[in-house]
Design a protein around this ligand. Structure first.
Ligand code: S3P
Length: 172
């Protein structure tokens, strides 16, 4: 089975699914946000505040290139929600592995993201509005980036894991 790449909106469960998959397959989990935090030595919110979003987006591309070089196999990559926006990144993701889009409805995302203060793009204003606006911009991008779509609403974590491992094993 090829490496597994998880993409999707903030709150779609990439990190949780990634952790569980890594445990059940015995593979390495890399979270692109954690990778960047380590690289920069500061939190995502600080990077956005001090250096801006464009700087952060460049870091995402740099980190994907490093990950592609470092992990030829047995990798689960959980991507920050904005990673697939850049076309260059979408190409890199496809090289890294099979890309799974963890899709969730706006209402599900809203419930999961309520009270969150770690995501600069959701700070201030009405949460549901922010989700709707960003999803409108990104919905097609996620579909374009994905090899396989996994609908996660109303599914147990174990079912999502089984679906990914089953579909990841099928020849494409
Ligand atoms: C972002 C998603 C976040 C993080 C940053 C920007 C986005 O990651 O990379 O706050 O643009 O959607 P998660 O999807 O893991 O929350």
């Amino acid at each position: 089975m090829r490496n597994i790449v998880l993409i999707g909106f903030m709150g779609s469960g990439k990190s949780t699914v990634g952790r569980r998959l890594a445990r059940s397959l015995g593979w390495t989990l890399v979270d692109s946000d954690d990778y960047i935090v380590e690289h920069e030595g500061c939190a995502i919110t600080d990077i956005f505040r001090d250096k801006g979003e464009a700087y952060f987006r460049n870091l995402e591309t740099t980190c994907l290139k490093e990950i592609l070089a470092k992990y030829p196999e047995k990798l689960i990559l959980a991507c920050g929600g904005g990673v697939p926006i850049a076309e260059e990144n979408r190409k890199l993701l496809r090289k890294i592995g099979t890309v799974f889009y963890l899709r969730a409805k706006p209402g599900t995302l809203e419930n999961r993201l309520k009270g969150d203060t770690s995501r600069p793009l959701l700070a201030g204003g009405d949460l549901r509005n922010r989700i709707d606006t960003l999803l409108k911009q990104r919905g097609k991008i996620y579909l374009d980036a994905a090899d396989i779509i996994i609908d996660t609403d109303d599914k147990q974590l174990g079912d999502v894991i089984n679906e990914i491992t089953k579909k990841g094993r099928q020849p494409m």
